[in-house]
Design a protein around this ligand. Structure first.
Ligand code: MG
Length: 384
C-alpha cells in the first residue's frame, strides 16, 4: 500500500490520478490532495477519497471546506500547499499543478524526502538546475508523468548503463499542423482548443497548438535525462502512437508505443518499477494501420526555436520564456491578443532579459513576476 499526495486533484492529470487510485485500492491510498478554484469537484473528491489532509488555493475556500469536513486538516494558499506536501506522510507527491506555482511544492516535498511524480512542466523548465541537484542530494525518485518523458524513461529501463546518442521527442503537431504563418494569424481560441489526439487542460492544449509544449518538453527532457538540447530531436508524428524514443550509440532506437491514454504514464509513475494491470487502453498496430513522421516547421512554429534558444542562453532565460508564455496564452484565451502574438511576446520578453544566473527558487519566482509584468505591458500595447 502506497500513500499518495495529489496536488492539483481537479485538473486533467489530477482526476485521472484519482481514477487510478480508485481502481487499485489495494495498492494506492490518497492521503492528501489540493485544488485550485474548482471547489465543487473538490468536494466530491473529498467525500469519495476521505484524505487526511487537503488544501485549497484560496483561504476562504479552505475555511468553508474545513467546516464541512471537520475530520480533514486543511491548508490554504501556495505556502499551505507546499506545507501540506512536506507534512504529508505520503511517500510520493503527484504534482499536477498548473504553471510556475508548482515549483515550490515540488522543491519542498523533495527536501522532505518524498518521491515525486511530476506533470508540472514548469518545475524543470524554470528551476531545472536547483530541482535536479535536490533530487540527487536526496536520492529521490523523480518520475515523469508527461507521456513523452515517461516514454523515454521507459525506453531507458533497458539501457544497462549504455550511453545515449539522442532523444527523439514526438509531437502530434497539434490542430494547425501544415498551416502557413498567414493562416495562423486568424485562428481563434476555440480552434486552438481542438486537439486531434489528446484530451488535456486549456493551457497545455494551446501550448500544443503553438508547439511551445514541445519546446517546454525539450528543456524538461534535457534536465531530467542530462542530455544537451542539441541532442534532442523533435519529430512530428500525427498519430501519437510512438510516445518518444531513444537512440543508442550503436544506432539502435528503442521507442515506447501505446494508445494516447495518460493513465498509462500516470500509473507507471505511481507504481514504478511495477506496472498496474489494465491501467490504460490497449493498443493495436493493425487497427492504427500506419504511422507517419515528418520534420517540424521551425519557421512557422517559432516557439520551438525559442525554446532551443532559451536553454542555450541558460540562467533565468527558460523561466522568462515560460512566464511570458503563460501570460501570453492567458491573453490569447481571453481574446486580448492573436495566436501569432504568443511567440512575439515570448521573444520580446526573452530579448529584454539579461538571462542572469537563477540560483534560488526565490530568484526564479521573482524573475517570473517581473516577466509577467513586462508581458502584460506588451499585451496592453498590442490591444490598443
Ligand atoms: Mg507531453
Amino acid at each position: 500500500m502506497k500513500d499518495i499526495c495529489v496536488l492539483g486533484s481537479t485538473g486533467s492529470i489530477g482526476t485521472q490520478t484519482l481514477d487510478i487510485a480508485a481502481a487499485y485500492p489495494d495498492s494506492l491510498r490518497v492521503e492528501a490532495m489540493s485544488c485550485g478554484r474548482n471547489t465543487e469537484l473538490f468536494r466530491e473528491q473529498l467525500r469519495r477519497f476521505k484524505p487526511r489532509l487537503a488544501a485549497a488555493a484560496l483561504e476562504e475556500d479552505a475555511l468553508e471546506l474545513s467546516r464541512e469536513f471537520p475530520d480533514i486538516q486543511f491548508y490554504s494558499g501556495i505556502d499551505g500547499i507546499s506545507r501540506m506536501a512536506r507534512e504529508s506522510e505520503s511517500s510520493i507527491v503527484v504534482n499536477s499543478l498548473l504553471g510556475m506555482i508548482g515549483i515550490r511544492p515540488t522543491y519542498e516535498a523533495l527536501l522532505a524526502g518524498k518521491d515525486i511524480a511530476f506533470a508540472n512542466k514548469e518545475t524543470l523548465v524554470a528551476a531545472g538546475e536547483i530541482i535536479m541537484s535536490a533530487v540527487k542530494e536526496k536520492g529521490a525518485a523523480f518520475l515523469p508523468v508527461d507521456s513523452e518523458h515517461s516514454a523515454i524513461f521507459q525506453c531507458l529501463q533497458g539501457a544497462a548503463g549504455n550511453p545515449v546518442r539522442k532523444l527523439i521527442l514526438t509531437a502530434s503537431g497539434g490542430p494547425f499542423r501544415g498551416y502557413s504563418q498567414g493562416q495562423l494569424e486568424s485562428v481563434s481560441p476555440a480552434q486552438a482548443l481542438r486537439h486531434p489526439n489528446w484530451s488535456m487542460g486549456a493551457k497545455i492544449t494551446i501550448d500544443s497548438a503553438t508547439m511551445m509544449n514541445k519546446g517546454l518538453e525539450i528543456i524538461e527532457a534535457s534536465w531530467l535525462f542530462g542530455i544537451p538540447a542539441e541532442d534532442i530531436e523533435v519529430v512530428v508524428h500525427p498519430q501519437s502512437a510512438v510516445h518518444s524514443a531513444v537512440e543508442f550509440m550503436d544506432g539502435a532506437v528503442i521507442a515506447q508505443i501505446g494508445s494516447p491514454d495518460m493513465k498509462i504514464p500516470i500509473a507507471y509513475a505511481l507504481s514504478y518499477p511495477k506496472r498496474l494491470p489494465e491501467a490504460g487502453r490497449p493498443f493495436s498496430f493493425t487497427e492504427l494501420g500506419s504511422m507517419t513522421f515528418e520534420k517540424p516547421d521551425h519557421e512557422t512554429f517559432r516557439c520551438l526555436a525559442l525554446a532551443y534558444e532559451a536553454i542555450a542562453r541558460g540562467g533565468s532565460c527558460p523561466a522568462v520564456m515560460n512566464a511570458a508564455n503563460e501570460a501570453a496564452v492567458a491573453a490569447f484565451l481571453s481574446e486580448r491578443i492573436g495566436f501569432t502574438d504568443i511567440p512575439r511576446i515570448v521573444e520580446s520578453c526573452m530579448d529584454a532579459d539579461p538571462c542572469e544566473a537563477a540560483d534560488s527558487i526565490d530568484a526564479i519566482l521573482e524573475k517570473e513576476r517581473l516577466t509577467r509584468e513586462r508581458a502584460e505591458r506588451i499585451i496592453e500595447e498590442a490591444g490598443r
